[in-house]
Design a binder for this molecule. Structure first.
Ligand code: IFM
Length: 452
């Protein structure tokens, strides 16, 4: 018998959608097919020496060649929504200029396939695969990249239009900026605090410029952005730790939420970042703070921290929590944090709608006699869907839950060492095997449909 409360399908509104998410570089492979240009991730994966297993996304899940059967798989799992990303270098091989029609055709077909199978498309425009040419011209440190992104958004919206239900400009600008330009674990592999904040500002500005470009070519499609969010908790009662918790929240969450929804950077963090603050031109914050139809949240874990002056700002040392479960990413399973973030963001920022754009667990899965038993992931899904149900009961306008990920895939700097999928992928044969968690979710979605 489970020791946790199971989510009730009836707690979710009739039009609530359940599905899964992926991103282009993590699943598509086919990096040289049909005129695709290179991205900074192609270069980073091949040359940086920073991928745990030395792998690349060259083949990944070969989704580019298996798209139709993958969409059939999505349908067979009962999903009513699917979130994918459009690879910028497939559509504009050098980031701007002439459109590579064959690349754009792929997403056109993908959307048609989804709609034909009754699956609602959610499209993300930037999931980290910056065209290499733009990176070589300065990438996110260069202001011109923002305009190039808005032009790319326009090209995509002009073709896909309202067939896409929900567009997100960016996936996790926090991660792009911090992990790519400060920690150096992701492309482009830089380690500079000022650069990270400048990249973050330009990502936000790119978002702000892309929103009107998307709206110009859509009427009913929702336009928004996807942020990764993480609540921070003090692991001791000291005043220094309380301050670190506030700053960690500021750096991770408010640095992005405040400009997007309030039109300013958080003052406490701005002051603390003295010497590293980004160059912000007049009018930038007004451009960034666009009315949005929906905000997507990616939620995985919380931070349980103490102040440690030997670490760089915000001096947060993560401590393990006794008795807690951890995924193979080393992330604590903490579903209550999802409820708290949903309620808090609804109350403090009041986005028109919210959706969970990613949520899931990496575990050590294997196929045994054609089955993948992943009880920890089943429990993870149950606890996090229960957190969503609680948030709905507290008045949060939540419209969708999308699991990360449809299938095991290329986990960036960790290569293929992490399995986040609802479906197991055998990379030698490209066989997809739905895990027990996918089957549990399928039955849960079916119960939701019947109850309504
Ligand atoms: O795989 C990533 C995804 O690309 C962005 N959000 C977090 C996931 C797990 O690390």
């Amino acid at each position: 018998m489970p020791t946790h409360t199971l989510p009730n399908p009836q707690a979710f509104p009739k039009d609530f959608v359940f599905g899964a998410a992926t991103s282009a570089y993590q699943i598509e492979g086919a990096v040289h097919a049909d005129g695709r240009g290179l991205s900074m991730w192609d270069s980073f994966a091949h040359h940086s020496g920073r991928i745990a297993d030395g792998s690349t996304g060259d083949v990944a899940c070969d989704h580019y060649h298996r798209m139709e059967s993958d969409v059939a798989l999505i349908q067979s799992l009962g999903h009513t929504a699917y979130r994918f990303s459009v690879a910028w270098p497939r559509v504009l091989p050098t980031g701007r200029g002439a459109v590579n029609t064959r690349g754009l055709d792929f997403y056109d077909r993908l959307v048609d396939q989804l709609l034909a199978r009754g699956i609602t498309p959610y499209a993300t425009l930037y999931h980290w695969d910056l065209p290499l040419t733009l990176h070589e011209q300065g990438g996110w440190l260069h202001r011109d990249t923002c305009r190039a992104f808005a032009d790319f958004a326009e090209v995509v919206a002009r073709r896909l239009g309202d067939r896409v239900h929900s567009y997100a400009t960016l996936n996790e600008p926090r991660c792009s900026a911090t992990v790519g330009y400060l920690e150096g674990r992701h492309a482009p592999g830089l380690q500079d605090r000022g650069m990270a904040l400048q990249a973050a500002h330009h990502l936000l500005l790119a978002h702000g410029l892309a929103v009107p470009a998307l709206r110009a070519h859509t009427r009913s499609a929702q336009v928004g952005v996807v942020l990764d969010v993480k609540p921070y908790y003090a692991a001791d009662s000291g005043a220094d730790t309380a301050h670190t918790v506030q700053m960690a929240d500021g750096v991770f969450n408010r640095w992005f939420l405040d400009p997007l929804f309030k039109g300013h950077y958080p003052q406490d963090v701005w002051v603390a970042e003295q010497g590293h603050q980004p160059l912000v031109q007049d009018g930038d914050l007004a451009t960034i703070c666009q009315p949005l139809d929906a905000l997507g949240l990616n939620y995985y874990t919380r931070g349980h921290v103490v102040h440690d002056a030997t670490l760089p700002f915000p001096h947060a040392r993560e401590l393990p929590v006794a008795g807690a479960s951890y995924t193979t990413m080393g992330w604590e399973v903490f579903a209550e944090g999802l409820r708290q973030m949903l309620v808090r963001i609804h109350q403090e920022y009041a986005p028109q709608r919210l959706y969970v754009a990613e949520n899931g667990a990496a575990l050590d899965d294997s196929v045994v006699d054609g089955r993948v038993h992943d009880p920890l992931r089943v429990r993870y899904l149950q606890e996090h869907l229960q957190a969503c149900a609680q948030a709905l009961a507290q008045g949060v306008p939540l419209q969708a839950w999308l699991g990360w990920s449809l299938m095991d895939n290329y986990e960036w700097g960790k290569g293929y060492t992490q399995r986040f999928g609802l479906c197991h992928v055998d990379y030698a044969t490209q066989t997809r095997t739905p895990k027990d968690s996918a089957l549990w979710l399928r039955d849960f979605i079916a119960q939701h449909a019947r109850a309504r």
